[in-house]
Design a protein around this ligand. Structure first.
Ligand SMILES: [Zn+2]
Length: 505
């Protein structure tokens, strides 16, 4: 029997504290590909769609791929962009309704459109209304998903990444597809249960590569091996002020198995409880700017010192134009360093008025919100490279995928090469430097705007990694942001409460 399956990818992590919006051009500059075009670009890379097809092809499904849309994390998604992308998915569902056997979606889970707080729950609700109660809907999610009750109500199957840096997109895509295939065959009737943790902080302090947090994912895998269809630990995302804020644990089980629901509830509660119990332990060390600058000055290793500019990670919707750390490095005279990227389209355009080799004075950064990570900085340096900003990744996350920083210029300021770009990108791939004439292994210090993803490609070439909080928008100091919609009490804004409110007997 041939099954007909509707597939789509629609992913955005929305930082509601950003004063910017994410509109269609932000999707266009990253990924906005329709039908076959998306299939050609993403079928052979580390993507959810590739994982879907790894199962679909041998199973002989007829796949209708609607769209692949992804934008770099940023402000809330505009209604126009949301309606366009969701509209294409819904239209494909509507026009194929009579022949669809299943739906398979690659979503993020922390998308906030400007008209509602739960972009994924809203989309799944519309799809469910279109397709009826019975058709199986399978969803993949980012590890930083914030999963609402609505999402779980409207889809039966959920599988999230288990890695951060995220390197298992294809694998979890295939995992969700395998469950969907069994559901369509009538072998199983999947359902998902959800446990929630009232925490703002990420479940794993932004790390999954340390023993305490690896244990959460190992336990999830163990429960899968013992028979649950999928167990997902969603660490959540601190940059969105929404009512479904906080980590969640999901377990997808076969509702025909009389013991499976209890097993699913048990493991979700157990994992949610260990996340809650671990809330006070510090699993990431953040250093201040002056300390990072001093280390950069003193570094004598034969491999580069990597400094993560954690709080200004464009991959968390930060502006990517914080100047505090760059100023700290310039003040101490740290040389042989790279600072990447500095997201400032105006400065890049200005630099493009000049020629490579010229000495130029330019004001860079600090334009997003100077209260977070410093104001504009005027620097003089030698223009090393002008580029249109395109590159093709070759690392574990972006390997084989084309991306662009937009109009890009590299300017050498007192021995620090600053990569001034027009489009925000998190640093995750060595090609993000090599394509612009910077050999990362030949530099003393690499400052990278990223929280954790940089580790996949840069840790292997690093002599040492340190993580700096320079106070930009995605600072781990949550009290610096004003949360209004997130329900209280909420750790760590509130300290003295229990995960469950105890009712009097
Ligand atoms: Zn993520």
């Amino acid at each position: 029997m041939t099954f007909t399956v509707l597939t789509a990818e629609f992913m955005h992590e929305s930082n509601t504290f950003s004063r910017f919006r994410t509109d269609l051009p932000q999707f266009q500059v990253d990924t906005l590909l329709y039908g076959d075009e998306a299939m050609r670009a993403r079928r052979n890379a580390n993507t959810e769609l590739a994982g879907f097809m790894d199962v679909a092809e041998p199973a002989g499904w007829s796949v209708i791929h609607a769209i692949s849309a992804h934008a770099v994390p940023g402000g809330q998604v505009t209604k126009a962009a949301y309606d366009h992308i969701a509209g294409i998915i819904l239209q494909a569902a509507r026009s194929n309704r009579s022949r669809l056997d299943g739906v398979l979606l690659g979503l993020h889970g922390s998308m906030v459109p400007e008209f509602c707080q739960d972009g994924e729950g809203y989309l799944l609700g519309l799809l469910r209304a279109e397709l009826g109660a019975d058709i199986p809907v399978a969803v993949t999610l980012d590890l930083h998903a914030m999963v609402s009750e609505d999402m779980v109500r409207h889809a039966q199957i959920f599988v999230s990444y288990k890695t951060y840096p995220h390197v298992d997109m294809r694998e979890i895509g295939a995992h969700a597809a395998r469950i969907l295939d069994r559901a369509m065959r009538g072998e199983i009737a999947p359902r998902t249960v959800r446990a929630h943790v009232p925490m703002l902080d990420e479940a794993n302090s932004g790390r999954t590569d340390i023993p305490e947090t690896l244990a959460l994912y190992d336990r999830a895998r163990e429960a899968e091996a013992a028979g649950l269809l999928a167990v997902s630990v969603n660490a959540a995302f601190t940059g969105a002020d929404v009512s479904c804020v906080g980590p969640t644990v999901l377990a997808t089980y076969d509702s025909r198995d009389p013991n499976a629901e209890a097993a699913a509830r048990h493991v979700t509660e157990e994992l949610a409880d260990s996340i809650w119990q671990g809330r006070t332990s510090k699993r990431n060390v953040f250093i201040e700017v002056d300390e990072a600058a001093a280390e950069a000055l003193a570094w004598r290793g034969d491999k580069p010192l990597v400094i993560a500019d954690y709080a200004d990670n464009p991959g968390a919707g930060s502006y990517g134009d914080s100047t505090a750390l760059l100023k700290g490095l310039l003040d101490v005279g740290a040389e042989g360093a790279v600072f990447a990227p500095m997201v400032d389209p105006e400065a890049s355009a200005e630099l493009h008025q000049h020629k490579e080799g010229e000495t130029v004075t330019v004001t860079i950064g600090g334009k997003g919100d100077a209260r977070f990570g410093g104001g504009p900085l005027t620097v003089t340096g030698v223009l090393r490279k002008l580029s249109d900003g395109t590159y093709v990744g070759d690392g574990p996350i972006q390997g084989g995928l084309a991306h662009s920083f937009g109009s890009t210029a590299v300017i050498d300021v007192d021995g620090i090469e600053v990569m001034v770009v027009s489009e925000a990108q998190q640093m995750v791939d060595l090609q993000q430097l090599r394509a612009f004439g910077i050999e990362p292994t030949a530099r003393r210090v690499l400052v990278l705007k990223s929280m954790q993803h940089f580790r996949a490609a840069f840790e292997p070439i690093a002599g040492k990694v340190i993580v700096c909080d320079a106070g930009a928008l995605a600072t781990p100091r949550a009290e610096r942001r004003r949360y209004i919609r997130a329900p209280r009490p909420l750790w760590p804004l509130d300290k003295d409460f229990e995960r469950f409110i105890r009712l009097r007997p």
